[in-house]
Design a protein around this ligand. Structure first.
Ligand code: HPA
Length: 255
């Protein structure tokens, strides 16, 4: 792929900007399918590595969004920042203002079950949470934050056809990266492990709740970057390699 084009650099894109509070892009700037890594520089890496004709479409607060094509099909990628509040802002604006219909988080997670290894891929069928956001959306009841079935099925089928193993199950979306100081990690994680939750991360339950509320389809696919039972963690190179494998599966599956 050549250099990424910047809006306004040729005078063409600058005149149809429809800014939201956090995205400044033309109203047709995003494809119907958008990948959502947490790190904006990962969004740039995905666009440069996988997309043809990638253009930078927004960079408010250095949260980068790109649109291009993959095997001739339009696709976008945008960073979300970390945690439910941040992903909720970007995902809501992408759906409500930019017409994004399929949102696929491509992130990392910490594994909680002994059968998961570093670099394994976890597909979030559902997401538990200690956050109150879905209760706020659901009149105080407990909403089952679940993935879009078609996206989930396509991703699992594609992984299988590529000979890649994925684990499908529950994620734990936590508001706390550093747990309460009065509890050990084992104590914090005990109920999550006991209920068979595969891995912990910080965005999916919020993404699933808001996507369902807005009529969009969402899925989270996360590679295991750290093992919370052994303390093992991926090197930066392995992080990039596992992201690459995961993005290849997702792009083949969801476009
Ligand atoms: N906690 C929360 N989110 C994460 C972790 C973790 O240990 N690892 C990768 N994302």
């Amino acid at each position: 792929m050549g250099p990424v084009r910047v809006p306004g650099s040729n005078g063409e894109l600058a005149c149809r900007i429809v800014p939201t509070p956090h995205i400044s892009a033309p109203d047709d700037a995003f494809a119907e399918t958008c990948l959502l890594p947490g790190d904006p520089l990962r969004a740039e890496w995905i666009a440069r590595t996988f997309f043809d004709d990638a253009e930078l479409v927004t960079s408010v607060r250095n949260v980068l969004g790109f649109t291009g094509t993959y095997e001739g099909k339009p696709v976008s990628v945008m960073g979300t920042g970390m945690g439910i509040p941040s992903v909720s802002i970007y995902a809501s604006e992408l759906i409500d203002t930019y017409g994004v219909k399929q949102l696929v988080r491509v992130g990392s997670c910490g594994s909680l079950q002994p059968h998961l290894g570093l670099m394994d891929v976890v597909v979030g069928m559902g997401a538990c949470t200690d956050s109150g956001v879905n209760r706020a959306r659901f009149e105080g009841w407990d909403f089952a934050a679940i993935a879009d079935y078609a996206l989930l099925r396509a991703t699992v089928d594609t992984a299988q056809s590529l000979g890649k193993t994925v684990h499908v199950g529950n994620l734990m979306t936590s508001d706390l990266f550093y747990g309460p100081t009065n509890l050990s990690l084992d104590e914090t994680m005990a109920p999550i492990k006991r209920m068979g939750v595969l891995a912990v991360e910080m965005e999916t339950a919020g993404l699933y709740g808001l996507a369902i509320e807005r009529g969009a389809a969402a899925l989270a696919v996360c590679s295991v970057s750290d093992d919370l039972t052994t303390g093992g963690a991926l090197s930066p190179d392995d992080r990039e390699r596992s992201l690459s494998d995961m993005v290849a599966i997702v792009l083949d599956a969801v476009l």
